[in-house]
Ligand binder design. Structure first.
Ligand code: HCB
Length: 214
């Protein structure tokens, strides 16, 4: 039977950087029937955000945030390997994804990538701190349907607007739609820069991308 307490324990073991415990709990959660996406959205992400809040309050310092982030990355990679096959063989669309230049935050971007992958999208990741030209070049190369960008800092959100301009300048705006996301990004910002969609979380990102490629 599914015991919600296990998600709380996963959250706490991430916050406390207890790697072995966290990995074992994730395996237990999978064995209990939790989906990898539930473990990410209801266990790991709240844990990472809690550490972010503690960092903002000065209760923890950057090295600790970096260690939690490193464990979070390992956890997402582990869950990625345990994603159900679902419709993976059927390609629903092609997405280019990346974190914009100047910004190294990629945990959220990687979660979106994993969920798009498992929902049957071919995803090309241009990485983090990615030059805007890399998004454009990759989109042209793979004939992408969607360019999805991520930004976690108010200063780097500007680059999302520049990306919209570069997509237009490259003459591919009529065949590529854009999605933006990341903690400081809002629907207001998406509208302001002319992005086609804003996703608050990875589940919504999959839904929006699915709608846009229909
Ligand atoms: Co970092 N950092 N950080 N950081 N960091 C933030 C983002 C601050 C808000 C913390 C703070 O000061 N309050 C802050 C930014 C302030 C601001 O601009 N408003 C900040 C800062 C300042 C910095 C440095 C400058 C610190 C320093 O060096 N002094 C530096 C950045 C250097 C640079 O980028 N040039 C830095 C470094 C780091 C690390 C390396 C320690 C680590 C990142 C590790 C990594 O990503 N590989 C880190 C982390 C972990 C954070 C916090 C704590 C958590 C971010 C995170 O992973 N959230 C963050 C605090 C916070 O956000 N409250 C803090 C969890 C994920 C799951 O959420 O929002 O990324 P998400 O993704 C969601 C959602 O947004 C959506 O789906 C995801 C899943 O549901 N989504 C998309 C995301 N991208 C999408 C794209 C789409 O197209 C669609 C949907």
């Amino acid at each position: 039977m599914k015991d919600e307490l296990i998600l709380q324990n996963i959250k706490e073991s991430l916050i406390n950087i207890e790697e072995e415990k966290c990995m074992n709990l994730m395996q237990d959660a999978l064995d209990d029937g939790f989906l990898p996406v539930e473990i990410i959205e209801e266990g790991l992400s709240p844990g990472m955000l809690s550490v972010g809040e503690q960092f903002e309050d000065g209760a923890v310092f950057l090295p600790q945030v970096m260690m939690v982030a490193a464990l979070m990355e390992k956890c997402v990679a582990f869950l990625n390997d345990n994603m159900p096959e679902s419709e993976a063989s059927k390609i629903h669309g092609i997405v280019v994804i990346g974190t914009v230049e100047g910004d190294v935050h990629d945990i959220g971007k990687n979660i979106v990538k994993v969920l798009l992958n498992v929902n049957g999208f071919e995803v090309h990741d241009v990485g983090r701190d990615a030059l805007l030209s890399k998004f454009i070049e990759k989109a042209k190369e793979v004939d992408a349907d969607i360019i999805a960008s991520s930004a976690l800092m108010t200063g780097t959100m500007e680059a999302m607007g520049d990306l919209e301009s570069e997509i237009k300048a490259a003459g591919i705006h009529d065949r590529v739609k854009t999605m933006v996301g990341g903690a400081p990004v809002t629907q207001y910002w998406a509208d302001k820069i002319g992005a086609d969609a804003y996703a608050e979380n990875a589940g919504e990102a999959v839904k929006l991308v699915s709608d846009m490629v229909k």
